[in-house]
Design a protein around this ligand. Sequence first.
Ligand code: DQA
Length: 142
Amino acid sequence: MKIQIINGPNLNLLGTREPGIYGKSSFETYLPQLQSKYPDIQIDYYQSNIEGELINKMQEVGFDYDGIILNAGAYTHTSIALQDCIRSLKCPTVEVHISNVHKREEFRHHSYLSPACLGVICGFGLAGYDMAIAGILAQQEK
Ligand code: DQA
């Protein structure tokens, strides 16, 4: 089983970026913990600040992998291109946000991606990525 995690703009700064909202851990610190929790799953990680690069990566893995976990950062609230991409793939995408976007500014309440995703997880910090894996596994067992 193969799962691709994709983080979008500014998420390369996790750990230093607004730690009161996004926590003190970088994704590079968290990833090995996640990989050791699921030794039978190949968990790959990609981050880009560029919308088209996120789409390129999703198209690259979306017909081969079992699921994509996508935190598209602010593109969540702006990108029809990412919604179209999610709809075009064979594998399911789970939308993740570290913060509870519904507790924050109004412009973060709308997601262009949610209608195209298998599910959405927000507000649980980095644990949301773990929950997304559990969600993909549960869906596969159905
Ligand atoms: C975020 C929430 C977005 O609104 C924001 O633009 C981000 C991070 C989150 O993980 O909570 O960059 O996706």
